[in-house]
Design a protein around this ligand. Structure first.
Ligand SMILES: Nc1ncnc2c1ncn2[C@@H]1O[C@H](COP(=O)(O)OP(=O)(O)OP(=O)(O)O)[C@@H](O)[C@H]1O
Ligand SMILES: [Mg+2]
Length: 476
């Protein structure tokens, strides 16, 4: 192991400085008196000193060694000869924090000895430039996908999020060609395409990606990387997961749609109702005279017409409910009384469908502030949905609990039906969304409006089997 070198080969001290800067290690020069005469930037960086703070200081500032530099040099030489490896020395930084690192000292024995101290392991850390640190941060970032390709379309960098999203493991794909990595996916469906290297640029392109049943909404940016001469030497792809943002947008869209439907409904509902009232009046007159004249067939037709008109009427009423920013009649409502009044209706419907009803909360419910009639409508609607979902057999459970937030009571209406498939669960509160032949799809949207208006919330949980609607209400 060559432990000495000839300094005159290096020439002037400026050349020496340059030489030291090029070295990958933290390096400093110590003179015969044991004082530091030069230090490279890497040493300054790891120790936290300024150049002028180190120069002419005793070397023990960096290497807390009691003896002289000559003694340290000899000690290391000896150990090195035994182990045939650089020997560890203790070092410390400006803050006084100390550590160990393998070191080698080279000496130039001219008229005055000069020692060049190399601290090896202090290289790696400072080898990171700020941009490398930035890249490191990006690759660990959970919401940002980063993929860097070299000119042969091999992956040279990939972030954790990108791996998760693409369903791959970082060590398995690093330095591998994208055709190998994405062999199972046709080129046109890939997120990382070869054509990127041909200069295809993407900027804020919205796309979706599904992996492991999880659907991601992404915004993608991609571009090539060029060298100084403008030659394409690689490409990068960045994508941001905006799934949450998208569902927020969809909520806004839905609300806007609701508002629009509301306006149309409000405008037309009255116009429909008025003529209906007169039609109904005349039909009732007909009914009377058909009865009086024994015209039973005509009478029964008229009865059917009246029932149908009542149906239209109630539909229009629901419309009006949805649309008008109704002044809610806030009054103190006893939920026990509400349920006492609706249970016969619910139970008779259940009986009709062969369903059992279990009402665990009888007489245990708190007082809430709301509108009596509207609240009844909500509970009936949701119970009716549950009963309809079970079709023929099952149990409808009605219970309640205090919500974890503490300020709301949750009325829980659970059925043992088939559950709500994930792909429609987002839509069930939309007006006119129905999966029933006879349904209007207004039930839940009306319920939601009523409950929102009194500061409550409806939550649904449905995991494959059975569905629970939680109606959360501020209580007293
Ligand atoms: N308990 C439930 N189990 C399974 N699916 C349900 C349940 N409740 C609601 N749904 C689904 O939500 C849809 C919308 O319900 P909503 O009450 O708004 O309308 P509807 O019941 O179809 O019609 P309407 O209430 O106007 O008669 C239903 O068609 C059904 O697909
Ligand atoms: Mg319904």
């Amino acid at each position: 192991m060559g432990a000495s070198f000839s300094l005159h080969l290096l020439g002037s001290s400026r050349r020496m400085q340059q030489f030291m800067q090029q070295l990958p290690n933290a390096v400093f020069l110590v003179n015969q008196e044991g004082r530091i005469v030069e230090a490279n930037d890497r040493l300054l960086h790891v120790t936290g000193y300024q150049h002028e703070e180190l120069v002419s200081k005793p070397f023990s500032v960096v290497l807390p060694y009691r003896g002289s530099m000559e003694q340290l040099y000899r000690e290391l030489l000896k150990k090195e000869a035994e182990t045939e490896q650089p020997v560890e020395v203790e070092w410390r930084d400006k803050q006084g924090k100390s550590g160990k690192t393998p070191a080698m000292i080279m000496v130039q024995q001219a008229d005055q000895p000069l020692y060049m101290v190399h601290l090896f392991q202090l290289t790696k850390e400072i080898d990171y430039t700020l941009s490398q640190r930035f890249l490191q941060k990006l690759t660990n970032e959970t919401s940002l996908g980063v993929v860097i390709l070299n000119e042969q379309a091999k992956i040279v960098e990939i972030s954790h999020m990108a791996c998760k999203l693409l369903g791959i493991e970082r060590p398995q794909v690093m330095n591998r060609h994208i055709d190998q990595v994405f062999a199972g996916i046709p080129e046109e469906h890939r997120l990382i395409k070869r054509e990127l290297l041909e200069g295809v640029k993407l900027h804020n392109v919205a796309t979706t990606w599904t992996n492991n049943k999880q659907r991601y909404e992404l915004i993608v940016d991609a571009n090539t990387l060029q060298d100084e001469a403008g030659k394409i030497v690689g490409a990068y792809v960045l994508f941001k997961d905006i799934t949450n943002l998208r569902s927020f947008e969809q909520k806004i869209e839905r609300n806007e749609r609701l508002a629009m439907i509301g306006q149309i409904a409000a405008g037309t509902a009255h116009e429909i109702r008025n003529p209906l009232t007169s039609i109904k009046g005349f039909l009732q007159m007909f009914l009377q005279s058909f009865s009086d004249n024994g015209m039973m067939r005509e009478r029964s037709y008229t009865e059917i017409m009246l029932t149908e008109i009542n149906r239209i009427n109630s539909l229009v009423s629901e419309f009006l409910l949805l649309s008008k920013p109704r002044d809610v009649q806030y009054s103190l409502v006893d939920l026990n009384i509400i349920f006492e009044e609706i249970m016969p209706i619910v139970e008779s419907q259940a009986l009709l469908h062969g369903i059992e009803v279990k009402f665990a909360s009888r007489s245990k419910l708190p007082m809430v502030v709301g509108d009596n009639e509207l609240l009844k409508q909500v509970f009936i609607n949701i119970c009716k949905n549950g009963i309809e979902a079970m079709g023929g057999a099952g149990t409808l459970h009605i219970s309640h609990h205090i919500a974890p937030e503490g300020d709301k009571v949750s009325i829980d209406i659970r059925d043992t039906g088939p559950g709500i498939p994930v792909y429609i669960i987002d839509k069930i509160f939309d007006p006119f969304f129905t999966t029933k032949e006879e349904g209007t799809g207004l039930g839940l949207s009306v319920c939601q409006k009523i409950i929102h208006d009194i500061g409550g919330q409806i939550r649904v949980s449905s995991k494959g089997y059975g569905t629970t609607f939680h109606i959360l209400l501020p209580y007293l």
